[in-house]
Ligand binder design. Structure first.
Ligand SMILES: C[S@@+](CC[C@H](N)C(=O)[O-])C[C@H]1O[C@@H](n2cnc3c(N)ncnc32)[C@H](O)[C@@H]1O
Length: 274
């Protein structure tokens, strides 16, 4: 049923439903248990845990490790950072706590998510704005680092998003990106990122680490849904979360090569030096 819904509804309606869904998730998250909405990352092999975390963040290890995979490539000290599509604000909070940028701004199209972030994180260094990734409410050259995690799949116009990243990023600034696509669309995604004309430090397939993150995070995801979602709605919510018929169907798609996950670390040319 969920699969049919996803396949046959017009894009415009699906987009509205997507924003509504993220609003509902933010509203339902009254306990604040949910901080991240990404698949999570764990190093493939024997040592899946790549960072030491304080006890209050341990529960969120794998979604955090996806952020950290990108964030550790840069020194954030004294920098102004922007997360485009910050969701429930866990990424902004983690980056602030671990990397201590000068300021950190989160942008999201879900007004309920932004309101929840403002209530939860009211430190003066942190700012949350409602807005569209394809038309950001920021001045040109405002940020040193722009990060975008597992959200661009939802943007109807990915090129418009990349143009906006380029506009708000300072010369010499860094664009940190992670997201997935159907594997047949991966070449196009890589080409769009390459066409930005940025210096490509990393553009790498991280699918195996995502599969591991999904596997290790599965029990927590199940428990969260069981704890917060009323029994009659659990099937629908499990479908949205990629869990049904007792399996993690999302994990199966990555494992079987139907979907692939990409990370990129890109630097905007420093025009002042060229
Ligand atoms: C899968 S969640 C990821 C959130 C966060 N990056 C994380 O990893 O927890 C996708 C987010 O993208 C946001 N989003 C979708 N379309 C957007 C758009 N056009 N502009 C800004 N945010 C958007 C949604 O509201 C949602 O919070």
């Amino acid at each position: 049923m969920f699969g049919l819904w996803k396949r046959y509804l017009p894009r415009r309606i699906k987009r509205r439903a997507m924003v509504y869904w993220y609003d509902v998730v933010a509203k339902m998250n009254t306990s604040g248990d949910l901080l991240f909405l990404n698949h999570g990352y764990a190093e493939p092999g024997h040592a899946p845990n790549t960072i030491t975390l304080p006890p209050d963040l341990e529960d969120h290890r794998y979604p955090i490790q996806l952020y950290d995979l990108l964030a550790r490539r840069r020194d954030w000290d004294g920098k102004d950072g922007l997360e485009v599509s910050c969701g429930l604000g866990g990424g902004v909070m983690f980056l602030d706590r671990r990397y201590r940028p000068r300021t950190m701004t989160g942008l999201d199209i879900s007004t309920e998510s932004v309101a929840a972030c403002r209530r939860r994180y009211n430190e003066s260094r942190l700012r949350f704005e409602a807005g569209d990734a394809q038309a950001m409410p920021f001045a040109d050259n405002s940020f040193d680092i722009v990060i975008n995690v597992e959200s661009s799949l939802n943007y109807p116009n990915f090129s418009a998003f990349l143009r906006e990243v380029d506009r708000v990023l300072k010369p010499g600034g860094t664009f940190l990106f992670a997201d997935y696509r159907r594997s047949g669309k991966m070449a196009k995604l890589r080409q769009s990122l390459t066409d930005m004309g940025y210096d490509i430090e990393i553009m790498a397939d991280i699918t195996s680490g995502i599969v591991r993150g999904l596997e290790l995070g599965l029990e927590r995801k199940r428990a969260l849904i069981d704890r917060h979602v009323a029994l009659p709605l659990r099937g629908i919510v499990r479908g949205f979360a990629g869990l049904s018929r007792g399996r993690d169907e999302e994990r199966d798609k990555f494992h079987a090569g139907v979907k692939s996950y990409l990370m990129a670390v890109l630097t905007k040319p420093n025009t002042a030096q060229s």
